[in-house]
Design a protein around this ligand. Sequence first.
Ligand code: 13P
Ligand code: ZN
Length: 273
Amino acid sequence: MKVLDTNFVQGFIRMCNDGYLQGWHERNGGNLSYRIKEEEINLIRNELNFNNNFVPIGTNVPKLGEEFFLVTGSGKYFRNVILEPEENICIIELDKDGENYRIVWGLSNGGKPTSELPSHLMNHEVKKTLTSGLHRVIYHAHTTNIIALTFVLPLEDKIFTRELWEMATECPVVFPQGVGVVGWMVPGGRDIAVATSNLMKNYDVAIWAHHGMFCSGENFDLTFGLMHTVEKSAEILVKVLSITPNKLQTISVENFRNLAKDFNVKLPEKFLY
Ligand code: 13P
Ligand code: ZN
């Protein structure tokens, strides 16, 4: 089967374009990765090229050894993925120890996977273990309103979580564990990958101050939907703060407890202060 004809590649391309249309991917901003299922790789195995050399990932992810990932290319524009997918995205294979990768398909005009590969793979490793393999998608976007809020709210998980939950009734149902926040760090390396993957042990959403967001999820719909929900909530908060520094009313702790009961979600006590 042709790589571009598979459902997972088509879903990946659609998600890149949806994110671009939201305005989250100026220039080469943002990146996306998908941990490919064994049966999906088996469909396309004879389309893959296993002649490239393995090169270092820049971190080690032993629990992902020998897995395949579909990822966006570094410096590539999300808006071009739908037009020329083979030039802008690639499939990589990890070696047995999860220390090196090689490109087996895509980036047909040259290039390498996203510079945030260490963050993507370390997040995948954490989520693969914690969700018994259910989570397969890691998504990084430059979401405008979340970035704006990192200039005016204290960079604390509990402040961001409560403010975002309060902006839309269904937020605590969509991200009941809340959100984590990383202070400003140099992007693209192992340090920010370690900080982000530590947050991913508790949350499906990690905010990078003055930069953007990372989301993790089971599939493209759930992961895009999560990013969309958090960013929409941030947009409402930006509007509220632009009107007044003081909310006249909001969703109370008691309201959250009632919501949790009826929607059968568990909200951590640390956020019900
Ligand atoms: P890449 O083009 O290398 O994916 O980088 C974009 C980005 O958003 C870095 O944080
Ligand atoms: Zn970025």
